[in-house]
Design a protein around this ligand. Structure first.
Ligand code: ADP
Ligand code: MG
Length: 434
């Protein structure tokens, strides 16, 4: 059966990559019509699940001999048992760590311009919980390290005060638990659970928008903790005011302490993060490959990390060396969307912001420092030069600037490019990246 599936898969799935992953699977069992495949490790399992499992199941059904596929990691059960035994032996300490990820520590967090303030505030809160900033509110795009910082605070506090009660929860889980507690007549237990903690780390608070009764409950939890000087740390993908359908009284509370943001990391920070991750995992990655990854995956640290893992796994599976060329091949489908395709206004804005180590938000803001003004004008110039978009449309994409502003920017930078080598070089570099 597996041979049959493989033969079909090699026809219909992308050549090269699919083979590479599927080669490592060993069919071991057929349980109630479901084909069990043994895979070497969790990473391979994830890759297959996310990339080809759907297609595999489809092929599997077409054979008519089996209707599902289950992936099992070879030593999964054994390891699980070991872990459980360890946990039991250490008095269940993993449990009392409030669901914190072991790897998310301050010393595995790389500090750069984009996250310096959020990091410093987190450290201050961890050192003097309930005193420094309460609440601490951190916001920023996905995969930029908010959750990492929250967990780091939790670990830090527990390392110093093992008796502190630290609870990490996403707002979704908070909402679900609350609804469950109503269903099961256990609201009292729910209330006392969250109102008795020393430190509450509540993640992705934006999901609380639109959830009336849960907001009410969170409001009371917040008040109770805050009055008893217990630390609250909140993360969100946007600033308090921009969370949709959230009560004003909550917004104003979120702003009582310190609100700080995390921006996309600049190139240097991305390189430093990759080096750190490689070192922590004992990967041996040549500098030029680290560079290649950092340059080609600009926006999101989670993706950066995923790419690094993928490179290592591909190298292992194919027994090929980790070179820049191989890396490009292995990451073809990840990188393509970042570097190829026609140039868009969005891409120009990102590339320009990136070059000047500022956020796109700053680039588009009304701020008038000379750096910002220059960056903005260069971005507009490039939009005019490289796209077919109308002056008016370009203006709109720069937060409703007038088309004459765009025209003015274009004239000015054209002139500067002729007269100032420095400006010419900047424009060329950004253009090169596109
Ligand atoms: P967010 O919660 O903002 O979406 P996460 O905290 O989950 O992002 O971070 C995504 C991944 O990137 C995690 O694996 C995290 O360890 C890593 N990461 C983010 N920022 C840093 C950093 N400054 N240094 C090291 N790793 C980081
Ligand atoms: Mg997060």
């Amino acid at each position: 059966l597996w041979e049959e599936i493989l033969a079909e898969a090699s026809q219909s799935l992308p050549a090269g990559t699919a083979d590479l992953w599927l080669k490592t699977c060993i069919p071991t069992d057929l349980v109630e019509g479901s084909l069990v495949l043994d895979v070497p490790n969790v990473f391979v399992k994830e890759q297959i699940s996310s990339r080809f499992l759907k297609d595999l199941v489809r092929i599997c059904r077409e054979t008519g001999k089996s209707d599902d596929i289950e992936l099992r990691v070879g030593s999964e059960t054994k390891k699980d048992e070991q872990k459980r035994a360890q946990k039991a032996a250490s008095g269940g300490s993993a449990e009392s760590r409030g669901g914190l990820n072991q790897g998310y520590l301050f010393n595995s967090f790389v500090v750069g311009k984009s996250n310096r303030l959020a990091h410093a505030a987190s450290l201050a809160v961890a050192e003097t919980p309930g005193e420094a900033y309460n609440p601490l509110f951190i916001w920023g795009g996905v995969g930029l390290g908010k959750t990492h910082l929250m967990h780091a605070i939790g670990h830090y506090v527990l390392d110093r005060n093992p008796n502190h009660k630290v609870t990490y929860v996403s707002s979704e889980k908070f909402i679900n638990e609350f609804i469950q507690s109503i269903k099961n007549n256990k609201t009292q237990e729910f209330k006392s659970k969250y109102r008795s903690v020393d430190i509450l780390l509540i993640d992705d608070i934006q999901f609380l928008g639109n959830k009336g009764s849960s907001q009410e409950e969170f409001f009371h939890t917040f008040n109770q903790l805050h009055t008893s000087k217990k630390q609250i740390v909140i993360c969100s993908d946007r600033p308090p005011k921009d969370i949709q359908s959230i009560e004003d009284r909550l917004v104003s509370r979120f702003e009582w302490g310190l609100v700080t943001d995390i921006q996309s990391p600049d190139l240097e920070t991305r390189i430093a993060i990759l080096q750190k991750k490689a070192q922590l995992r004992r990967y041996d990655i040549p500098d030029e490959v680290i560079n290649f990854l950092a340059v080609n995956i600009p926006s999101n640290i989670r993706e950066l990390e995923g790419a690094l893992n993928r490179v290592v796994a591909c190298a292992e599976l194919s027994s090929e060396p980790i070179t820049e060329e191989n890396t490009g091949e292995w990451l073809k489908d990840v990188i393509r969307k970042d570097i190829r395709g026609p140039v868009s206004v969005d891409a120009i804005q990102h590339a320009t912001a990136e070059f000047f180590s500022m956020s796109v938000d700053d680039l588009l803001s009304a701020k008038r420092t000379s750096d910002l003004a220059l960056a903005r004008q260069i971005a507009m110039f490039l939009c005019r030069k490289l796209t077919e978009v109308s002056l008016q449309q370009i203006g709109l994409s720069f937060r409703k600037k007038d088309h004459t502003t765009v025209l003015h920017a274009h004239r000015k930078i054209s002139q500067m490019v002729k007269e100032q080598p420095r400006i010419r070089q900047i424009v060329d570099t950004i253009e090169g990246k596109l």
